[in-house]
Design a protein around this ligand. Structure first.
Ligand SMILES: [Zn+2]
Length: 507
């Protein structure tokens, strides 16, 4: 009997655990037995690997081959174990020495011709391998650059099984004809400039405040007033992602099967799921592989829900926990899958199903009951978590051409300066933006002037306890934008006006 083993990783969202793939060749009828909780895709690896051996002109062991994946209790899925399986088989069959292969972590799928195929999650997989002490990763050649984004790990690319045999002999075939330089890639092309939004100075200002403080925004108003235009322009106002955030955003994209390419994603992402989106599409999950959902693809960027009342109430309620914790946990058999989801939420809604309620000169054809039902689809707890509530009015005739605000680049500069002031104050309390500051920390900060304005609003029932804190956070952002040390009365009044809940009043 000969036995050998190679390492791979099981991906559990952003976390990963090392998995040892053991191969044992014993006398017996020539067949392959696979044990250790493999799923269907993994079970098929048996046939894929055998075909790949034949395709590469290598002989498959002609005895009983047992492949065991440990730890056995951990469910394993996906096709990325192929490379570890064939490495273990090659070593057990004494076609390669065992010393080099034992030190590497293997991730990659094989085609029937023996060539390697790209797999999801290379970046988080290699990150996890580094965490548990591996310093060498063997990956499909086409994913060499993605794996190389992880510092401190040597990456050996393999284009086919012949390359793998070389690697196991300690003779890696280094990046044939692959450029070594990395370039930062945009998460998506930025859409439009803020100065294209005409006749909405208040809304542009609110967007600037939202960008500076990381505040959530609710925009409501008639169709065509520019709600989507504004939302699409928010990522352009946000600062570029720092190294840690860029690595997280790139890792989520890798897990979603979006090509990461040769550089980290530096622009804040923009995710705008359709209102028919299922629970799994929104928060993540799925029957086979727990993929990240739209909220995780918005991590460190913007989640835009257009026509928010049309989303399923269950889907909207599912946003509550990530809004508080910045992550989402999906329960799977024997394991929990965790994805980051710290996003800036932008909700947009029409005033009523037909869109004309409260619009000057418009004629609403909705029954009062249907307007009420439409309004109630956005629950109090969700709206209470949104910092800025803004009602957009249609452009007045004649203003369309005359009024346009500052271009994106100018506003982004002011946002960056405000963030700078914020970080001096918030770095000691481990927050990045005013919106993230916990209530307990907020109350230890200097008291803004004019808080009696808020006490009045609370007494009149216009402000909840959570709303009170949100207004104070907004006031800090206004002070940061204005370069003031502590918010003054004007900042507080400005913050309060950004949180007028006219949503139900508009109906
Ligand atoms: Zn209507």
């Amino acid at each position: 009997m000969t036995t050998s083993s190679a390492w791979s990783v099981a991906l559990l969202g952003m976390d990963a655990r090392p998995v040892e793939v053991e191969a044992s060749i014993t006398s017996g009828l020539p067949r392959v037995v696979m044990v250790g909780l493999p799923d269907t895709a993994l079970y098929e690896a048996r046939d894929r690997c055998r075909a790949a051996f034949a395709g590469a002109g290598l002989g498959w062991p002609s005895q009983l081959l047992t492949i065991n994946l440990t730890p056995a209790w951990l469910p394993k899925s996906g096709s990325h174990y192929d490379l570890a399986i064939v490495a273990a088989v090659l070593m057990a069959d004494e076609k390669a020495p065992g010393d080099v292969g034992r030190r590497c972590v293997f991730m990659g799928e094989l085609g029937l011709d023996g060539c390697t195929r790209p797999v999801r999650g290379i970046l988080p997989g290699v990150l996890a391998a580094r965490r548990v002490g591996f310093d060498t990763a063997v990956v499909p050649a086409v994913q060499y650059r993605e794996a190389s984004l992880v510092e401190g790990v040597t990456v050996w690319p393999v284009a086919d099984l012949a390359d793998l045999v070389e690697v196991l002999h300690g003779r890696p075939v280094l990046a044939r004809s692959m450029p070594q330089d990395t370039v930062d890639v945009p998460a998506q092309r930025l859409v439009g400039d803020l100065c294209e939004v005409k006749g909405q100075p208040e809304a542009c200002w609110a967007l600037e405040v939202a960008a500076a403080g990381g505040h959530h925004v609710f925009l409501h108003g008639a169709p065509g007033v520019g709600k989507s235009m504004l939302a699409q322009r928010l990522p352009g106002l946000l600062p570029a992602l720092d190294d840690e955030s860029a690595l997280e955003v790139s890792a989520v994209r890798s897990l979603a099967g979006i090509e990461v390419g040769g550089g980290l994603v530096r622009t804040p992402p923009f995710s705008n799921p359709h209102h028919n989106a299922s629970m799994a599409a929104m928060v993540g999950g799925g029957s086979r592989v727990a993929s990240p959902g739209a909220i995780s693809l918005a991590h460190r960027g913007v989640l835009f829900l257009d026509e928010a009342p049309e989303f399923s109430p269950r889907v909207l309620e599912a946003l509550r926990t990530p809004l508080e914790t910045g992550e989402v946990t999906i329960a799977r058999a024997n394991a929990q899958v965790r994805y980051p989801a710290r996003f800036q939420l932008v909700l947009a809604a029409n005033p009523c199903p037909c869109g004309m309620s409260g619009v000057p000169g418009g004629r609403c054809t909705c029954a009062p009951m249907s307007i009420r039902r439409y309004n109630d689809r956005l629950s109090g707890p969700i709206l209470d978590r949104i910092d800025i509530h803004l009602r957009l009015m249609p452009n007045l005739a004649g203003l369309v051409d005359s009024l346009s605000g500052d271009p994106t680049a100018v506003v982004a500069q002011r946002v960056a300066e405000a963030r700078e002031r914020m970080s001096v104050r918030l770095t000691p309390v481990k927050c990045r933006t005013n919106a993230e500051v916990p209530g307990s920390v907020l109350r230890r900060m200097p008291r803004p002037q004019g808080t009696e304005l808020l006490d009045d609003a609370m007494r009149q029932g216009r402000l909840s306890a959570r709303g009170y804190d949100k207004v104070v956070r907004l006031a800090w952002t206004l002070a940061d934008l204005a370069g003031r040390q502590v918010p003054d009365r004007e900042d507080l009044a400005g913050a309060l006006s950004l949180r007028q809940d006219e949503w139900r009043a508009a109906a």
